[in-house]
Design a protein around this ligand. Structure first.
Ligand code: ZN
Length: 509
């Protein structure tokens, strides 16, 4: 067994180098959108491109093949849940994937996407779909080519989904989404007919610094470790892991409505809590990250919505918040505030959508991606298809493409297919996880109402966070909740919460 041990030690040392490179790229990116002066932009792009290329070269180095030739058979001799076996399997899959994509193709895609993003940035201002159409046509072509390189597949979207939500495929997600849609559309219609809560007091400017002070205490209570993190302002919020000891979050500010930084910060803290609680034993390996996009979103959405938009949470925090913003909220009761921050409204824009309608925004994008990749929808017909689906699912029709098909950066930033499903998967997974927590800790809501989050974070760490990428998402969900993934917990949660809020008795689908 001495040969595998040497190969394993060499592989781990190599992975340390790769981790250092990606940490450095992460820091350059973080700085690029927080504090970098505009004059640094050009050199910064080159620095990031150079380090990314070095990472790619190191990852696909000939030694990797040599180590994996020894280690893949060795991993089969180890117990199934052995950490080294999980690491070897993970690296072998990733290596195979990277090796399948020709260097010329990767360069062509990256060049095309940076041109696309630029054109999209301007087209979005004017709602000019014709300007992006040829770029999207090429992106679609490149997306199909990527699927072919990564194949074989049942559906061309499968390999693209695999890159962000490993283990999931188009058929599985479609089945989940079909079930969810059947439950959601009647719920949205019933709520739309009910009286709308008053939200006028939200449409004010809530001072940024005061919100950040409040959030500092909330995030501390959640268990965010400030010795290993920080909280800064950006245009598009994100969480980023630079190392086990450095997991940062950013937030944005909406001046005329109470949304940001409050809810985006809670959302990003959910991503950061995941990363801060991955086992330190995995540091320096690719297992030291949250388990793909849907699992990650399950954590961020759980902390943002299940906690941060719950009545229990605000029972504890509202008196202080009301005092901090006495001029806006002095006469607003807890229940009025709770109803307002949970208002359900079929709308045109995904990023500001409520908990009930949000998933429908995702399903529209997912279904359009499927049709584009299958070739049953042409890019030229995408805007009409988009508008028709908004009308069918949400009962609203975009008056222009800026408020419609041009609103998201995703199709200008990466392939068409594989990116959007993670958001809705996150809601589905998060609801199932929370039900499992309630079964073990029936008093979890009371703990939240007391500003106590140790049990919640502790359960998540024990069952999900600490494992990093050791298990594939569906395996992790089965282990954590004892059940395969299903949409029923999410439908139960939404029917209960919004049935109470809107005074409706809603039959479960
Ligand atoms: Zn997120």
């Amino acid at each position: 067994m001495s040969v595998p041990h040497t190969a394993l030690a060499e592989l781990k040392a190599h992975l340390q180098t790769l981790t250092a490179l990606s940490g450095a790229v992460g820091l350059l990116r973080w700085d690029q959108v927080t504090y970098m002066p505009p004059g640094g932009a050009e050199a910064r792009s080159r620095q990031i491109a150079t380090l990314t290329r070095l990472w790619q070269e190191h990852f696909t180095a000939p030694d990797m093949q040599r180590w994996l030739d020894v280690l893949v058979p060795y991993a089969e001799t180890l117990p199934d849940d052995d950490d080294d076996a999980a690491l070897i399997r993970y690296v072998a899959r990733e290596y195979d994937r990277r090796r399948r994509l020709p260097t010329d193709f990767v360069a062509e895609l990256s060049e095309h996407l940076s041109a696309s993003r630029h054109v999209w940035g301007e087209a979005r201002q004017t709602g000019d779909f014709a300007a992006v159409q040829p770029f999207l046509e090429k992106t679609l072509d490149l997306s199909r080519r990527m699927a072919d390189y990564l194949g074989p597949y049942e559906h061309p979207m499968d390999p693209l989904i695999q890159q962000n939500d490993e283990g999931f495929d188009t058929a599985t997600i479609r089945a989940l989404f079909d079930d969810l849609r059947r439950g959601l559309i009647p719920l949205v219609r019933t709520i739309a007919d009910a009286p709308r809560p008053n939200t006028t007091f939200l449409a004010r400017t809530y001072d940024f610094d005061t919100q950040m002070t409040f959030l500092h205490d909330v995030l501390t209570d959640f268990g965010y470790d400030w010795q290993r993190g920080r909280h800064d302002l950006t245009a598009h919020p994100f969480a980023i892991r630079l190392s086990h000891g450095d997991v940062r979050i950013t937030t944005r500010f909406t001046p005329d409505y109470l949304n940001a930084p409050l809810f985006p910060s809670m959302h990003e803290s959910g991503h950061a809590l995941y990363e801060q609680n991955v086992s330190p034993a995995y540091e320096g390996t690719p297992l030291a990250r949250g388990a793909w996009s849907g699992m990650h979103e399950s954590s961020s959405r759980l902390w943002e919505n299940r906690v941060g938009r719950s009545r229990a949470f605000w029972m504890h925090y509202y008196p202080r918040f009301q005092q901090l913003f006495a001029e806006h909220l002095g006469n607003v009761s807890l229940d009025e505030f709770y109803a307002a921050i949970n208002v359900v409204e079929p709308s045109l824009i995904r990023v500001t959508a409520d908990e009930v309608t949000y998933n429908l925004h995702i399903m529209i994008r997912f279904e359009l991606e499927v049709q584009l990749l299958e070739g049953t929808l042409r890019v030229a017909d995408l805007p009409d298809a988009w508008n028709d689906m908004y009308e069918a699912y949400l009962g609203v029709r975009p008056p222009n493409h800026a408020l419609g098909v041009l609103q998201d950066v995703h199709w200008y930033n990466a392939t068409i297919g594989g990116r959007f499903q993670g958001y809705a998967l996150g809601n589905i997974i998060g609801a199932q996880v929370f039900e499992a927590i309630q079964e073990t800790h029936p008093d979890i809501e009371e703990q939240i109402a007391a500003g106590e989050f140790d049990t919640l974070r502790g359960w998540l760490t024990e069952h999900i966070y600490r494992h990093g990428r050791k298990y594939l998402p569906q395996d992790l969900i089965q282990r954590a909740t004892g059940k395969p993934l299903s949409v029923e917990p999410l439908l139960r949660y939404l029917h209960t919460k919004f049935g109470e809020l809107y005074g409706l008795s809603l039959p479960m689908p």
